[in-house]
Design a protein around this ligand. Structure first.
Ligand SMILES: *Cc1c(COP(=O)(O)O)cnc(C)c1O
Length: 237
């Protein structure tokens, strides 16, 4: 289908997926968590639909995408696999909200009211509410996406009043750091945001943090969803 594919890509993806599950199970055991409380989101951005299908055939169902048009193309190709759960995890521009609202089950990257309002208004009436996470700029970087932690409570309240959105938790992509203590501190700060929201809204159950490089620290700090791309589908060019 595309030049990226090699003859044995299905085997490779199956093996890498198995390793990712094993890595989660090992970290869960080490930090006294139940491995079934940590969901694996397979991040398939830039990779072809056939790669997603290879993971699907191993029983995997949760996939994350970051680029709207590319994702919609793949969702359309895979429309017959109706039990795939699609998560949007990338930045959302206003002119793309209608596509996101009509194609995705989850949106993890809400950072402002305007986007929440548009997703709510544009969700097709025959579909269940979109499950949403608020992306938090936990390391307070100027360049980073996400709402400032001080604005989290008011954005959560806004979303709570949107009938076509269902607030389920928080997500962050902390600043890259080689200092494990700093890394743990970011994850614990996000965990504190999660706990505060959960105390107010009992349906909140999702703490999306941890990527290929920092799965263990995230699970130690309470992550319920790790997002792994490269380790499953290979390097992105
Ligand atoms: C790309 C991406 C990932 C996966 O990153 P890898 O380093 O490839 O595992 C996770 N979360 C978000 C929000 C991403 O955009």
């Amino acid at each position: 289908m595309t030049p990226q594919l090699t003859d044995n890509y299905m085997v490779t993806i199956a093996e890498r997926l198995k390793s990712a599950y094993a890595r989660i199970a090992l970290a869960a055991k080490k930090y006294h968590r139940n491995e079934h409380d940590v969901c694996l989101l397979a991040v398939s951005k830039t990779k072809p639909a056939d790669f997603i299908l290879a993971a699907y055939q191993q029983g995997h169902r949760e996939f994350g995408e970051s680029y709207v048009q590319e994702a919609v193309d793949k969702i359309t190709q895979l429309v017959n696999y109706s039990d795939i759960v699609w998560h949007f995890i990338g930045p959302i521009q206003s002119n793309k909200t209608a596509l996101v609202a009509s194609h995705f089950d989850w949106v993890q990257s809400i950072e402002r009211e305007k986007i929440a309002q548009r997703l709510n208004d544009q969700r097709p009436a025959d579909k269940a509410p979109i499950k949403v996470l608020i992306q938090v700029n936990i390391s307070l970087e100027d360049s980073k996406s996400g709402c400032h932690p001080d604005k989290l409570a008011s954005l959560a309240e806004f979303i709570h009043h949107c009938p076509h959105l269902e607030l389920r938790g928080v997500m962050a992509i902390p600043a890259k750091t080689d200092d494990p203590q700093q890394q743990i501190q970011y994850f614990e700060q996000l965990r504190a945001c999660f706990d505060r929201l959960k105390a107010q809204y009992p349906q909140i159950d999702t703490l999306s943090m941890g990527m290929s490089g920092d799965v263990e620290a995230a699970i130690a700090a309470g992550s319920t969803m790790v997002r792994i791309g490269t380790d499953i589908f290979g390097q992105r060019s």
